[in-house]
Write a protein of this length. Structure first.
Length: 189
């Protein structure tokens, strides 16, 4: 847990009647990073809405989905979000709050007005949204290791020992099985 980002009751934010800011400096338990998460989160209670904004950054280490190599990715967030407070997100209530219910940037999140706002959870969610669905180390990614079939068994065995063991099952499926084919040809002839 990042110190200072403890959950705060929404009623306390409402009583504050101004913007509450949290400095962010530390590591998240749910998102291992190489550098501490740094930045700031701000929240303001606005009646039926909670306006939350923040600037955050960190560096995470990821595994490339193609070559299985490790690479670092910088995550940067500069965002703001409106969170509906309450259950009634009807078109009328959103319009009364001055929001366009048909907007693509509409309200997706909602909180119980008697509940808490969790700044650390919000930080985790915003940084997680910056992670790629497919991790690639870059344009120069070599891709999966390639093994070319050879007739020399000694060369094949030495190549197999240098291949990443995580790819071994796939390489066994790709390797041509010539002996069973020759036996079938002899029996059919």
């Amino acid at each position: 847990m990042i110190p200072g980002l403890e959950p705060i009751p929404l009623r306390d934010l409402q009583a504050l009647a101004s913007v509450r800011a949290w400095p962010v400096e530390g590591h998240l338990d749910e998102l291992p990073s190489l550098t501490p998460v740094r930045g700031e989160v701000r929240a303001e209670h606005r009646g039926n809405l909670l306006e939350v904004s923040g600037e955050l950054e960190t560096i995470v280490s990821l595994c490339c989905d193609r070559c299985l190599g490790q690479f670092n990715q910088q995550l940067r967030v500069n965002t703001d979000e409106l969170i509906w407070l309450g259950d009634d997100q009807s078109t009328e209530s959103l319009s009364a709050a001055g929001l366009d219910p048909d907007s693509p940037d509409g309200l997706i999140e909602s909180l119980d007005p008697r509940g808490n706002f969790e700044p650390e959870r919000w930080v985790f969610e915003q940084l997680s949204l910056q992670l790629s669905v497919v991790n690639r180390c870059g344009d120069e990614c070599p891709g999966p290791p390639v093994r070319h079939p050879t007739k020399n068994a000694a060369t094949t065995n030495s190549t197999a020992t240098t291949v990443d063991p995580r790819w071994q099952a796939l390489l066994q499926l790709q390797a041509p099985e010539q002996e069973p084919l020759e036996q079938e040809d002899n029996t059919n002839a």
